[in-house]
Design a protein around this ligand. Structure first.
Ligand code: DOR
Ligand code: ZN
Length: 350
């Protein structure tokens, strides 16, 4: 029988888009209520490519936190073909930068400065391997000849396997995995390779893009896949395997940027992030494994202490509002106008 209350170690979000300026101020509280720490994506305009820029961005995040919030942003650098090798040593020596993000140029929102030719960043990857700084991969090819639903699988074959062969000790996280192929690759990989899984890829398959008509708010990158892949992701997340951990990829966009002829990719899930994961784990009958996935595996991979605070959820459904404010506009959250089965109760200090 499903328990009606669930208390776990306070979780961390190992993949998050916080944006900047007024948008940052609009969304930060949702994450800070639930998570102790988050790996913050660097795909701002312009991208966060240096330690100095990451530290400035970190200060802006801290300044936007609600009074009394205990939340620690873990910063990342955006890898470009011009990233100097020395920036890696600077990042490692900083106490603010925890990883470097690889976007294939053109793969998603603000990825134009990303990598076009992998060989051009080999020296930087060599330095990352040496300094044990994790590489976070948006694992999709951008080749327009490759079917959009195959882009993750093809990335693994074309780029990830050669990368792993060349840099066997490089610490890598395959971000927001969406396919059985990615699950199998990561499951069979050594402990220096891991993957994050979003709540939306655990709960939705690609039918959600076309339920009764086109649904732009369910459009994200990598795109939702067919049910067999969702089932593989759910099985991986709930298996207890430490290769897999929580990363929401919550990515707010103004409503008008989604509801348009060429809409942006990204689901906003920060408002109910842990609650949505609890639904997925409940669906698999494995609520007992939520804590390790949400609060232990990521911290262990990043070699950071596990959190000591606790957080409680209750099995009380609540209605998600139709919209949240977002920097002078609005954002349509996942489950807008519908219910989420679990509610956040409280956090407690040990
Ligand atoms: O759906 C997505 N939205 N995927 C990404 O990789 C980027 C993100 C964003 O920044 O909006
Ligand atoms: Zn992302």
């Amino acid at each position: 029988m499903t328990p009606t209350r669930l208390e776990i170690t306070r979780p961390d979000d190992w993949h998050l888009h916080l944006r900047d300026g007024d948008a940052l101020a609009s969304v930060i509280a949702h994450t800070a209520q639930r998570f102790a720490r988050a790996i913050v994506m660097p795909n701002l305009k312009p991208p966060v490519t240096t330690v100095a820029q990451a530290e400035d961005y970190r200060r802006r995040i801290l300044a936007s936190l609600p009074a009394g919030a205990r939340f620690r942003p873990l910063m990342t650098l955006y890898l470009t073909e011009n990233t100097p090798v020395e920036e890696i040593a600077r990042a490692k020596a900083s106490d603010s930068v925890f990883a470097v993000k690889y976007y294939p140029a053109g793969a998603t929102t603000n990825s134009d400065s990303g990598v076009r030719e992998l060989s051009r960043v080999h020296a930087v990857l060599e330095a990352m391997q040496k300094h044990e700084l994790p590489l976070l991969l948006h694992g999709e090819v951008t080749d327009p000849d490759v079917d959009i639903f195959d882009r993750e699988r093809v990335f693994i074959e074309r780029y990830l396997l050669p990368l792993q062969a060349r840099f066997p000790a490089l610490r890598m996280v395959l971000e927001h995995i969406t396919t059985r192929d990615a699950v199998e690759f990561v499951r069979g990989a050594p402990a220096n390779v891991a993957a994050t899984i979003t709540a939306h890829h655990l709960l939705l398959n690609r039918n959600a893009l076309f339920a009764g008509g086109i649904r732009p708010h369910n459009y994200c990158a990598p795109i939702l896949k067919r049910e067999t892949h969702r089932v593989a992701l759910l099985q991986a997340a709930t298996s207890g395997d430490a290769h897999f951990f929580l990363g929401t990829d919550s990515a707010p966009h103004p409503r008008e940027a989604k509801e348009t002829a060429c809409g942006c990719a990204g689901l906003y899930t920060a408002h109910a992030a842990l609650e949505l994961y609890a639904e997925a784990f409940e669906q698999a009958g494995r609520l007992d494994r939520l804590e390790a996935f949400a609060s232990f595996h990521g911290a262990d991979f990043y070699r950071l202490p596990r959190n000591r605070e606790r957080i409680a959820l209750e099995r009380t459904p609540w209605m998600v509002p139709d919209l949240y404010p977002l920097a002078g506009s609005t954002c349509t959250p996942m489950r807008a106008g519908e219910s989420v089965a679990w509610s956040l109760v409280e956090t407690t200090t040990p």
